[in-house]
Structures are given as C-alpha cells and as structure tokens.
Design a protein around this ligand. Structure first.
Ligand code: ATP
Length: 443
C-alpha cells in the first residue's frame, strides 16, 4: 500500500487533500490520471447498469434532502450511541453493548471482543455517522440538514416519479452515482475509507416473493462485472455472506477484494454490498411522509409495496482495487520495472506517442498521430523528452497500455512501432492503421 500511495502521488493519481496545510485526515484528491481512471470506472458501471439495460433508469438526486428522510431511513436513530474504538485492532463498538456483552464494570476492564486486548479504548464519543450542517441564516435547530451518508434514499423517495415518468413496470431498477459522506471514526487506509466518497448504487424493485431469486441474480451479475469488466483477479475476489443482518435486510453479502495490509479482514475489504432490503425503506417512507408509495400493477390489478434488491458499490474502493490489482514490479535487464497493468478500457491514457528523436520531421509526424487519436476520443500523451526507454517506463508506471514510436523507418515507409505495456513486445504497423488498431485493442 505504501508503494501504491507513493506511485499515486508521483504519477498524479491521488494526492492528499490540502497537503500544503499538512493534509486532512481521510480525505483525498484525484489528480490528472486518477480523475480519468475513476471516471472510466463509473462509466463502465453506468454502461452495464443503465445503458445496456431496458429495465434500469438513471437518476441524479441531490445530496441535501429533507431531514425527515434520515429519520425514516433509521440513520438519525441508529447512529447516535456512544462509540469507542479499540486502539489495537481499530474495531468500533457501542459502549453499552460492549459492557453488556463482556460483563465488565467499566471500559478499563472491558476486553476487546475482536482482538482480546483489555482497556485499550479511545474516549467514548456520542457519535452519529452523519455530517450535520445548517440550512439558511438562522442558527436554529429546525434548520439542521444532513449530508447524505448513502445515495440510496434519493432513489427511494423518487421511486414513483421515476416509475411513472419512465413508464416502467416491476421488476425494474433505478441507478445513481453520487457523493456520500460519513464521519468515520476508523479512518485511514488511503482511499479505502474516507469521509467523502462516491457510491454507485442501484435499487431493483421486485414483487415480494421473487426477491430471493433476484438477489441471487444480482449477486452473480455484480460478481461478473468486477471480474470481467473491471478485470480484478479471480483469486483476489471473494464473496462474503453476512451472518448478522442490518435492521432493514433479509439477506446480504459483500464482494470483497484482497487489498492486503491493514485493510478490512486480514487484507480483504468490501468493495460492494448486495442486500435484500425487503419493503423496509418504502414502508418507512410511506409511514413518515404520509404518501402512498405502492406500485399498482394494472394487469394483475394488484397493489403492493415492492421489495428492493440493492447493489451498492464504492467508486473509490473499486478504483483503489483496480490500482492494487494492476500494480506489479518486475526485473528487466537488471532494473526494476514498475507497471500498472490496468485494463486498456479503464486506463486513463490509452497511448503514449513518441518521436524517437527531436528532428527529421519525426515530432511533426508523431504530433499528427497524437491529434488523430484525440480526434477519435482516444486519450493520448505526446512525449519527446529523454531517452525512449525512459519515456516507455514513465508510461508503464502511469498504466498507459500502448506506446507508439515514430522513427527513421516511419519517415521512409510510413510504419510505426506499437509497444505493449504488459509484454513490452513491439509490432510494426502502418501509421494509417494506428487508430483502428488501438480502437480494437481498447474495446
Ligand atoms: P464498511 O463496512 O467498510 O464501513 P459499509 O458496509 O458501511 O462499509 P455500505 O454502507 O454497504 O458500506 O456502502 C456501500 C459501499 O460504499 C461499500 O461497499 C464501499 O465500497 C463504499 N463505502 C462505504 N463507506 C465508505 C467510506 N467511508 N469510504 C469509501 N467508500 C465507502
């Protein structure tokens, strides 16, 4: 992880937030390459979940919502207990439950149920995971408003708006990508756990009784997406079913990726949760808003509250998984070569374009290729500085899958070399073929 953090900074993937002021704990900024990678991850998700399906609609709900939403969702109530954290294993516990379960008279004597250490607790804090802020000018408690801790609630409250305007029939889903905020008390681990992050959530509304089957179907589809579309290695992915279920769920499990280090359960950390939320959410919003949220099935002449299967992935965690999955060091001719083997479809830059030398018309020819690629929507990087080997290595570290080199032969017969990042193999193709060749390989 330390190597990934330093490479991320060096190559412009991720920077610490407000670094010149000493940084802000658990908040990170995406640099020029990072923003592209994360966008590609989000676009791959949107394509699979929205554009490729007739039964899912997109939504972009606001971060700020009516405060009652968070009462209905259970967030106001469920996150206001005093919490402590074990300084040794960083697990968090509610003080009351901890004391009850361990039978200890006070915290000093309470043993951590997770790692067994005694009395290594942080000071108890009255803790709500939600960030609170103020709406309007008056500092009045009536104007308290929250930064959403999940995007899902924006979907639930728009359930009928979307269903009716898009004329969808059950089963159908609503997908959304957006920021969420949580005042995490176990921060750290780079972008794995941050105070501000982006979620890619989809809520699938189904007829009660069909929920078990849909849960399984979504579990499989999401698993396939992580492996095939994102390219995460099969041996670094696992599915972890939950034994203890949240108050809203009847079945739940996580897709976990092996990050290593101190993340999650011995290096395995959740990147996506799949939950059967029953009719809890719509039922609660119906109760708290006083508005009917039932679905009317015109054919069967039935009314009911749909059950919801949720797939909830973190854009930042998936992006971090892509980086960790791609990072590789190998020895080449007595030197260490660092490579980010990101799938070409996700890589921030698709090609580096290099004139071998800065003369004989090569820079002009290379610039032309660079322009052709850009015009076709293939992000490329033009680089004429330094030895060609060093230029290749810089792009290897940046994760750029192809290097296009213009040399003396190009000027004579119009061919260029294409170098592959992962194998370092070089092929000669015609300059006119470059765009088509890359388009095929990226796809
Ligand atoms: P954890 O147990 O790791 O705190 P969670 O179970 O609270 O995660 P969910 O509420 O299921 O997470 O959120 C869905 C997804 O949102 C997670 O799988 C993760 O990818 C992402 N996510 C949640 N909290 C954070 C965070 N603090 N920083 C970055 N991503 C997060």
């Amino acid at each position: 992880m330390d190597k990934l953090v330093s490479l991320s900074k060096r190559r412009g993937y991720v920077f610490q937030s407000s670094e010149i002021y000493g940084g802000t704990g658990s908040v990170w900024d995406y640099g020029p390459l990072g923003v592209e990678l994360k966008r590609n991850v989000k676009e791959a998700w949107w394509r699979a979940m929205v554009h490729m399906r007739d039964d899912i609609e997109g939504l972009d709900a606001a971060i700020l919502m009516h405060p009652r939403v968070w009462e209905a969702s259970g967030h106001v109530e469920n996150f206001t207990d005093p919490l402590v954290e074990c300084r040794n294993c960083h697990r968090r516990f509610r003080v009351d439950i901890l004391l009850a379960e361990t039978g200890a008279a006070d915290l000093e004597h309470a043993q951590c149920p997770s790692c067994g250490k005694s009395g290594q607790w942080t000071e108890p804090r009255q803790f709500n995971l939600m960030f609170k802020t103020q709406k309007g000018a008056a500092e009045d408690s009536a104007d308290v408003i929250y930064l959403r801790p999940e995007t899902a609630q924006g979907i639930y409250v728009n359930f009928l708006n979307v269903q009716q305007s898009a004329r969808q029939k059950i089963p159908f889903g609503i997908a959304q990508i957006g920021k969420a905020f949580r005042n995490e008390i176990t921060p750290g681990n780079f972008t794995f756990r941050t105070l501000e992050f982006e979620q890619m959530e989809m809520q699938f509304f189904v007829k009660p009784g069909t929920d078990g089957e849909w849960f399984e179907r979504w579990r499989e589809l999401r698993w396939k997406w992580h492996q095939e579309t994102i390219g995460l290695a099969a041996d670094r992915l696992r599915y972890h079913p939950h034994e203890k279920l949240a108050h809203y769920a009847s079945a739940a499990g996580d897709v976990e990726f092996f990050f290593g280090g101190t993340i999650g359960d011995e290096g395995w950390g959740e990147i996506e949760g799949i939950h059967n939320r029953t009719d809890f959410d719509l039922g609660r919003h119906q109760e708290y808003s006083g508005k009917k949220l039932q679905y009317v099935d015109p054919q069967a002449n039935e009314r009911y509250l749909p059950y919801i299967i949720e797939t909830s992935a973190g854009a930042d965690r998936v992006t971090l998984a892509v980086l960790a999955n791609a990072y590789r060091e190998e020895e080449v001719e007595g030197e260490v070569r660092t490579v980010l083997s990101i799938k070409p479809s996700l890589a921030p830059l698709k090609a580096g374009v290099f004139p071998l030398v800065k003369k004989d018309g090569m820079p002009e020819r290379a610039t032309q290729i660079h322009e052709d690629l850009r015009a076709r929507g293939i992000p490329s990087f033009y680089d004429e500085s330094g030895a060609i080997g060093r230029r290749y290595r810089r792009q290897d570290e940046a994760g750029t899958p192809f290097g296009i080199t213009v040399d003396g032969e190009t000027m004579a017969d119009g061919t260029v070399t294409v170098r592959e990042r992962d194998t370092m193999q070089q092929t000669r193709i015609s300059q006119d073929e470059v765009v088509r060749y890359l388009e095929e390989r990226i796809r």
